[in-house]
Design a protein around this ligand. Structure first.
Ligand code: ADP
Length: 457
């Protein structure tokens, strides 16, 4: 807003547009200085002294206002009215407006920070901001409770002082933040926490750690897992006894003909129940992590050949199975688990494709990663089913899958085994054309056998 010398009448407005009031004042002031010099000269002073006097008058005001302004700015003080006139007045007023805006912005920021802290403290989850060196920048109330820390007292301390897990540092530093980490905090062994990391800030160099108390879910999961494991274990013996007697009855010449068909059905259903029980026990073992600690260089080509023999028996010559194996490519892993996963994929390709289908099995290194793949030219799977295939008891066609002897647990076992080997399951299917199930292992697990092996099936 310009400082007005002239009242705002229409005639003056034209003049204002031509010479802004602040410039008009500065011109008038300069003229005043010239006039002072002239008066001095007329009063008998020499011309050069008159010139110096005029200049001194002119400079004195500017110097005074400049010093006043720089002192105010240096002290961080407020620029208050009355403001000087002319161009300096404009400058003071503009700086005053700027100071007011900055004050309002700081107040808004402080209010926002307070509201943000209140909101962050109202969530039960722990939120911790870490700097580049994984030191605590800020933590909410949830984090104080869950990790037994106190903010701001513990600001600057390393997160490792409050949580310890061998995978914690790699998770914070790594680029893959899709995973969560489950751990027990050192200060309370009775609780179970789940940790997620998200990068934020300039060039994503800072980390937000989200900590959640999953004790209740963890215990429920344990109860479910133990129940399934115990129930399966308890069912195993009675089923073996029933199956044994039924088979004896079925084979006995004394069994009346009219009972033969029902006994056959009972034998096949008991077999199915035993398969389900065995698969449930395998899944429980995998969940409890009882096997995979035992890793060694697994002779995958030999395992595949053994699986193919079983698959041929299952197919009874109704499928064409062809192989493309690297005989010297071994994999560090748990051989029992790997065999279980690979056999499930191969048997699926036999069980879920019509007679006359072709099944192609390959074991090769692709782009530095060992890949086991089973490809068939069966009916394929519609896209909407693919994300759910690894759920327990999920079947595309329930009736047909049961009839083909499936337990509905095969792919759940596969995904568990692959997770425990840091591997991925890639499913591609084209309805009407066939499906491919590929297991892609990390390159670090591959071992190339130096003494070349010739495979014989
Ligand atoms: P199942 O014991 O029924 O085979 P899985 O978990 O191994 O259970 O497979 C889940 C479902 O995925 C199967 O019931 C079947 O519908 C489908 N499926 C698996 N493999 C194939 C395949 N190669 N071709 C077509 N469908 C398949």
């Amino acid at each position: 807003m310009a400082f007005r010398i002239l009242p705002p009448c229409p005639a003056n407005r034209g003049l204002e547009a031509l010479i802004p009031p602040s410039l008009a004042f500065e011109l008038a002031y300069a003229l005043g200085c010239v006039g002072t010099g002239l008066l001095y000269h007329l009063a008998g002073g020499t011309l050069d002294r008159a010139l110096i006097l005029g200049l001194a008058c002119f400079i004195a005001r500017h110097l005074y206002l400049l010093v006043r302004l720089s002192r105010l700015i240096a002290r961080g003080g407020r620029l208050t009215s009355p403001f000087p006139r002319g161009a300096w007045g404009d400058t003071f007023r503009a700086l005053d407006r700027y100071q007011q805006d900055a004050r309002r912005w700081r107040k808004r920021q402080a209010r926002f920070a307070l509201r943000f802290r209140e909101a962050a403290n109202s969530v039960p989850d722990g939120l911790i901001m870490l700097d580049k060196a994984q030191r605590i920048d800020w933590a909410n109330g949830g984090a104080e409770v869950l990790l037994n820390l106190s903010w701001p007292r513990d600001a600057g301390r390393h997160i490792g002082e409050f949580l310890s897990h061998p995978d914690l540092a790699p998770l914070i530093e790594g680029a893959d933040y899709g995973h969560s980490l489950e751990l027990t905090p050192p200060h309370n062994q009775a609780i179970k926490l789940s940790l997620r990391i998200s990068p934020f800030g300039e060039r994503k160099s800072q980390r937000l750690v989200v900590v959640r108390d999953i004790t209740a879910i963890y215990h429920l999961n344990m109860i479910r897992r133990d129940f399934v494991a115990n129930a399966s274990h308890e069912l195993r013996t009675p089923l073996t006894v029933i199956a044994g007697f039924l088979e004896t009855l079925g084979d006995s010449p004394l069994t009346p003909v009219v009972h033969r068909r029902p006994i056959e059905l009972m034998v096949s259903q008991t077999r199915r129940m035993r398969s389900i029980v065995e698969d449930l026990l395998t899944l429980s073992r995998l969940e409890m992590g009882l096997q995979s600690e035992h890793t060694e260089p697994a002779d995958v080509p030999a395992e595949i050949l053994a699986i193919v023999h079983e698959a041929e028996a299952l197919s009874a010559g109704q499928h064409a199975i062809d192989l493309d194996l690297d005989p010297n490519l071994l994999l560090v892993g748990n051989p029992v688990e790997l065999r279980s996963a690979f056999s499930n994929l191969v048997f699926n390709a036999i069980q879920h494709t019509p007679d006359g289908s072709r099944v192609h099995i390959s074991w090769r290194e692709k782009a530095g990663q060992p890949v086991f793949a089973v490809e068939d030219d069966g009916e394929g799977i519609a896209q909407e089913h693919i994300p759910r295939l690894t759920e327990r008891f999920y079947r595309v066609d329930k009736g047909r899958s049961r009839a083909s002897g499936g337990t509905g647990l095969g792919l759940a076992i596969v995904i568990h085994v692959l997770n425990r080997h840091d591997a991925q399951l890639i499913i591609a299917s084209d309805p009407g054309k066939g499906s491919t199930f590929a297991c892609r292992f990390p390159g670090r697990g591959a071992i190339v056998r130096h003494k070349p092996q010739i495979l014989t099936s």
